[in-house]
Design a binder for this molecule. Sequence first.
Ligand code: PMP
Length: 377
Amino acid sequence: MSNRPWNFSAGPSVLPVEVLQTAAQEMLDWHGSGMSVMEMSHRGKQFMQICSEAEADLRSLLGLSDEFAVLFTTGGAIGQNAIVPLNLMGRNGAGKADYIVSGSWSKKSWQEAQRYGDAQVAASSGQAVELDGQACEAWTWFPDPATWNVRADAAYLHYCSNETIGGVEFADWPDMAQLGKGDVPVVVDASSNILSRPMDYSRIGMAYAGAQKNAGPAGVTLVVVRRDLLGHALPICPSAFDYAQVAQAGSMYNTPPTYAIYVAGLVFRWLREQGGVAAIEQRNIAKSKLLYDFIDQSGFYVNRVHSRFRSRMNVPFQLVDESLTDAFLKQAGEAQLLQLKGHKSVGGMRASIYNALPLQAVQALVDFMRDFEKRHG
Ligand code: PMP
């Protein structure tokens, strides 16, 4: 194994060490081809094999039916903020799309969509509320689907299943038919919780994710889209971002990010070897419980997200005495606990504990936090 420090980055983030080792071994010569994957034609048989295995493994991990196309594309999740409306807003002629705004990332998605049509907020968590008898600050909870104001003629409804900055996760994807909105396909930004827990893709029309958290290195964006939603791109949609054209070409409409796809494929294989998404979910439950339980009992640290919506992937936390934040981060770095600084909009710390980070890392963080509290409490 290795004695590398523990890396809590929100993304690009830690990769399984076995994946890095395989990539290193195969760097100069992939499987006797005499080439690095970086040096291969994307149309050659070796890369075609790498890409089709990656797709098959991803399909199996997500439990996707053949109703969905899988695209390996570029532009990141922020690119999708434009590419989604460019592809779907014209679907039914109404030019409307509805957004759940639950934090920084979904707010950005909604703002970008306004450039392409009538994008409205169907629900927002941007105000303080009382929920289950708990007082919640803005952006620390998720609006109940029963309260979503979705227009019947919206081309789609968009939400973010895990707000990476706020640490708010929405895992209980609703059945839109039960909400009386069965004709409105759901689009999910799953950038920071894809592959971390089983999700019911039969409830949604599409999902996208930048790979650089749970799925691989930056550079490839995963898109899964129901095939019946393809073919409605607005005339101004760049061809390279028209899902129908990309799907038709098997993600080879233009040169895809070949090396990133290869490493993502190694991550998918690693995840299958770990027992798949249901098995990794159990580890993610244990990791996040260890950290949240410690924070809650301490009185020295605090996480303000409503207990039902606390992210298993990103755990923002503050010191009650915020003047100790710099000392905490400095000493954490010295203790080999890296990249714990919180996002500037939230402050404090954030521990991102993605699939590739073992329980041992979270235990090391909790031990450090306990020790820091002893010395400064
Ligand atoms: N959505 C979410 C939930 C994210 O976490 C991020 C990146 N942190 C983005 C969108 C933006 O992704 P990218 O930088 O790949 O465009």
